[in-house]
Design a protein around this ligand. Structure first.
Ligand code: ADP
Ligand code: TRP
Length: 339
């Protein structure tokens, strides 16, 4: 019996910072697990990053760095289609067609746009749209184009992106309502992998690890820097001998994500019994992280060389993605009367 074709799962990664341990736990690992069950497509959303990044070298660097990180972390480019959004120009043609069927009011209600206006209001600015570019405003339409162009079945994203996926479904609905006699776009389904895993990694100061809080442990810093960062994780002044609550310790919460289950259980017991200090816990955490990251760092460094195979891998991914995209776009063009 022939197996049913697998569903397509698609997600975009905005290259706006150096990947950190939180991204590994909350985004990369769950995405690699999903790739076992779906035909996965992961792309670097470089044109989305352009809404905020104004330094061309930095955008170039982050785009390669994010791709190199995912591959170093185990993404198999033979089985997963990985590409740069900018290398699939069909995206931008579909984005225009979709903007012609998207309600402006929908964009007015988008979280990111509303948050930018609220910030202006708080700052007492008379023009609430001050400093807001059209890229930020149109962001949800471009994201809908990314998704609908690839005929994606499911879109795994964090909670903050859920509204955008709902918008994509909405916009597909409008298109189908107007042009559905000619061709119907597939309505994508939102999945929230984080909610299932429920893992939010704390950063150095105990708040969620995030580049916006400058409290991250980047994945590929030098060994000496990694050691320094681990030592900076906030701890209280409980003496070595005193019993400790592992679940209230940021260092332990991070340790638990990267140590084996047996080792995490053993360390938990020692902390609870008393006799294990924060210094020793951090030494163990550093060792576990360093052991995990050293081979990944070697692969990452190799891929980040200017003439590495990275750009060719991404270009090959883009070719595969474009083959899918052309079919959808050609159907859309015919359906609207442009062919
Ligand atoms: P940042 O907060 O550093 O700006 P992003 O918002 O770019 O990170 O997040 C990219 C992905 O990584 C998202 O899927 C997000 O849920 C995940 N992620 C980021 N930080 C964490 C964290 N501290 N714990 C778990 N997942 C995280
Ligand atoms: N907007 C997403 C983010 O900021 C990135 C993204 C762009 C995306 N296009 C997408 C995610 C399509 C899922 C599907 O993280």
């Amino acid at each position: 019996m022939q197996e049913a074709p697998r569903k397509v799962s698609l997600t975009g990664i905005k290259p706006t910072g150096e990947p950190h341990l939180g991204n590994l736990v909350g985004a990369i690992r769950p995405a690699l697990e999903l790739a076992e069950r779906y035909d996965a497509m992961y792309f670097i959303a470089d044109y989305h990053a352009l809404t905020t990044i104004r330094d061309p070298d930095l955008l170039r660097h982050y785009s390669r760095s994010v791709a190199a990180t995912w591959i170093a972390a185990g993404l198999d480019t033979d089985r997963v289609t990985m590409y740069r959004q900018s290398e699939v120009p069909e995206t931008f043609e579909l984005a225009w067609a979709l903007s012609c069927v998207s309600a402006k009011g929908l964009m007015n209600r988008a979280h990111a746009y509303k948050a930018a206006r609220d910030k202006n209001a708080e700052a007492g600015k008379a023009d609430l749209d001050s400093g807001i570019n059209m890229g930020l405003y149109n962001y949800p339409v471009l994201m809908a184009a990314d998704i609908l162009l690839m005929d994606a079945d499911v879109v795994p994203v964090g909670k903050d992106q859920a509204q955008h996926v709902e918008y994509a479904a909405d916009i597909a609905g409008s298109f189908n309502h107007l042009f559905g006699r000619g061709y119907k776009l597939k309505i994508p389904e939102l999945v929230l992998p984080e909610a299932q895993a429920g893992k939010t990694l704390p950063g150095l100061d105990g708040r969620k690890m995030s580049k916006s809080y400058a409290n991250t442990i980047p994945l590929f810093v030098k060994e000496s820097q990694l050691k320094k960062l681990v030592r900076r994780i906030a701890t209280d002044s409980t003496p070595v001998e005193a019993p400790k609550d592992p679940d209230a310790s940021h260092a332990f919460q991070i340790f638990e994500q990267f140590a084996t289950e047996a080792e995490a259980a053993a360390v938990r017991k020692r902390l609870e019994a008393g006799g294990m200090g924060w210094g020793e816990l951090k030494d163990r955490l550093f060792e576990v992280l360093n052991e995990l990251l050293t081979p990944l760092r070697a692969r990452y460094d190799e891929l980040m060389e200017p003439d590495s195979e990275l750009d060719a891998l991404l270009a090959a991914g883009a070719e595969r993605a474009r083959a899918r995209a052309r079919v959808v776009l050609s159907n859309v063009r015919t359906a609207v009367g442009i062919d």
